[in-house]
Design a protein around this ligand. Structure first.
Ligand code: ATP
Ligand code: MG
Length: 256
């Protein structure tokens, strides 16, 4: 589904991604972990065509086609979706109007109001969101956790095929995390080809949404790939992989 080839990205004259490579197949869930400021969010923004980030070299191939020449909305129409780490607010545009306009734009036709309202009501129920939130300006005054649920609401309505979730678990209470995870899992079950790129610092979400691969991003590259156990190891020991080797050598397997 997505192939990132030798991608080098600069922001404000600083190289953030340096010949970065990653391939994500249909139906797979990949996780990226890494210290603050290594470029995890940058990667998602570049995939979405945020023009603050300059691509120096490399390519992003989506369903066998380079998407580098496509604008953000063209990429979104192809089914690429980003739940942002810090979703912005849009004053004066209600959630409902925003979603109906985005949906009409995606399918290039006016979406029937009745079927849209039904779909929105069902999604709001699934997420246990107060119904009034769909009539408020997008993200305006939303709490941290409410914003994250609202990103998942967008995912459910817009029905993307490649989903990036950038710290969807941050600021979300324990019950809300379970609801968010259940909705991601249900969406994946109903859409078997959907691929996910999850960025997180912890294993909480991964206890519910099982990853196929866990990658560590550092110095602009993937420096390590593993499975769920790698995430656990990071949660226990941080990114100091040398220490794990030393602990294992001394007989205490720090990954347990
Ligand atoms: N518009 C910008 N102008 C200047 N520097 C930027 C800009 N955007 C990102 N950066 C820098 O690029 C680096 C990577 O940022 P990024 O947000 O991708 O990190 P991250 O891995 O997502 O970190 P975190 O875990 O804290 O979310 C950081 O040093 C950040 O300050
Ligand atoms: Mg980030």
């Amino acid at each position: 589904m997505l192939e990132i080839k030798d991608l080098t990205v600069k922001v404000e004259n600083k190289i953030i991604l340096d010949k970065f490579n990653l391939t994500i197949e249909d139906g797979k869930t990949h996780v990226i972990m890494g210290p603050n400021g290594v470029g995890k969010s940058t990667l998602t923004k570049v995939i979405m065509c945020d023009l603050n980030y300059k691509i120096i070299s490399g390519d992003i191939i989506y369903n066998n086609e380079s998407i580098l020449n496509l604008t953000t909305d063209q990429r979104a129409k192809k089914g690429i979706f980003l739940a942002m780490q810090n979703p912005p607010y849009i004053d004066g545009v209600t959630n409902a109007d925003f979603l109906r306009t985005a949906l009409s734009s995606k399918y290039e036709k006016n979406i029937n109001l009745y079927s849209f309202i039904k779909k929105l009501d069902d999604a709001v129920d699934d997420l246990k969101m107060p119904e009034e939130m769909v009539h408020r300006s997008v993200n305006k005054g939303f709490s941290g956790g409410e914003k994250k649920k609202n990103e998942i609401l967008q995912m459910k309505i817009l029905e993307p095929t490649f989903i990036m979730l950038d710290e969807i678990d941050s600021g979300v209470d324990v019950d809300a995390l379970k609801i968010v995870a259940d909705n991601i899992n249900k969406y994946k079950e109903n859409n078997k080809d959907v691929s996910c790129l999850i960025i997180t610092h912890y294993t909480h979400l991964l206890n519910y949404v099982k990853p196929d691969y866990v990658h560590v991003l550092k110095d602009g590259k993937v420096i390590k790939t593993g499975d769920y156990k790698l995430a656990l190891q990071i949660e226990n020991n941080g990114f100091n992989f040398d220490k794990v080797v030393i602990d294992a050598f001394n007989g205490s397997d720090a990954s347990e």
